[in-house]
Design a protein around this ligand. Structure first.
Ligand code: 6PG
Length: 284
């Protein structure tokens, strides 16, 4: 590394690409480094919310991307002091299958995190996935528990989200009925664009009321979708309604909260040629 001179500013962070996404963007070299970044933010928010409100409302997604994050929160001593006893754990979306089905998001979250934490069982809120009125019941639970907070603070504090290659987030799939949910916190979702089985999901307006939305995207398989997300806001952009119908993740826009993307380098658009050049330089 060259010696810093007057004309070369001191590098305070590695110069990684920073895709032009709305909100703030955190990029780390590897998925492991990225977990440190989101875990630290999740922890910081937990401490701040418990201090301010006495509790912390955390909502987790399923999928393969955040699973190592949930495991890290359990085994890494850096996060041992997470205030689980003051945490309410919610599920962002669910497949309408029993909890012992391997496709159940709650099953993964229970096995990776809940069973290893000291979170009180009454503060763990799985979606009643197979009930006919699962959406209505979950919405009622959310209103009941968040209703203890003062008006304006009655919202989720931290939500972990992912992104599918088709641009879905939570179980909000392109052109699916859940995108039209009006005034609802949670809805059922199904249809030709919904990857089976049928789903139950938090809605965009409810997610956008949250204090902090953290979207984790890793791996080169998601790169093209991130490029579409960026292009969808460019000069040839469609109307916001059309854009959200085609790429639901672009509907994430917290009203008074923060949207933060957590990307590893492989997921960043424009990285493929650089990575190839880099690896041939390194003789890999
Ligand atoms: C789910 C999620 C969903 C997920 C994306 C990405 O239930 O699967 O809530 O929105 O975040 O499909 O999934 P991967 O992390 O497995 O790529």
């Amino acid at each position: 590394m060259p010696e810093p001179t007057e004309s070369t500013p001191i590098e305070i962070a590695p110069s990684l690409p920073r895709p032009a996404l709305p909100g703030t963007v955190v990029v780390r070299e590897s998925p492991e480094d990225l977990i440190d970044a989101i875990a630290a933010d999740l922890y910081f928010q937990a401490v701040a919310c418990v201090r301010a409100f006495g509790d912390y409302h955390l909502a987790l997604s399923g999928g393969s991307t955040p699973e190592p994050l949930y495991a890290r929160l359990m085994y890494d001593p850096a996060y041992r002091a997470l205030p689980w006893k003051r945490t309410h754990l919610w599920i962002v979306d669910e497949r309408r299958v029993p909890f012992d089905d391997e496709r159940s998001n709650f099953r993964m979250i229970r096995d990776t995190l809940v069973d290893h934490s000291d979170i009180p069982p009454e503060q763990v809120h799985p979606m009643p996935a197979t009930a006919d009125d699962a959406d209505v019941r979950y919405e009622a639970q959310l209103r009941e528990h968040l209703g203890w907070r003062d008006k304006g603070h009655d919202r989720l504090d931290f939500v972990v989200l992912g992104m599918g290659a088709d641009g879905h987030t939570a179980s909000l799939f392109p052109r699916s009925p859940a995108l039209d949910a009006d005034g609802r916190l949670v809805v059922l979702n199904d249809g030709p664009t919904v990857t089976p089985p049928p789903r139950i999901t938090m809605t965009l307006p409810f997610l956008n009321a949250s204090r902090f939305l953290g979207v984790m995207v890793t791996g080169e398989k998601k790169r093209a979708t991130l490029a579409r997300v960026i292009a969808s806001r460019g000069p040839r952009a469609a109307s916001p309604e059309e854009r959200i119908r085609e790429l639901p993740i672009t509907g994430l826009a917290p009203l008074a909260g923060e949207l933060r993307w957590y990307l590893d380098r492989a997921a960043c658009p424009g990285e493929s040629s650089k990575l190839k050049a880099q690896s041939s330089n390194e003789g890999v």
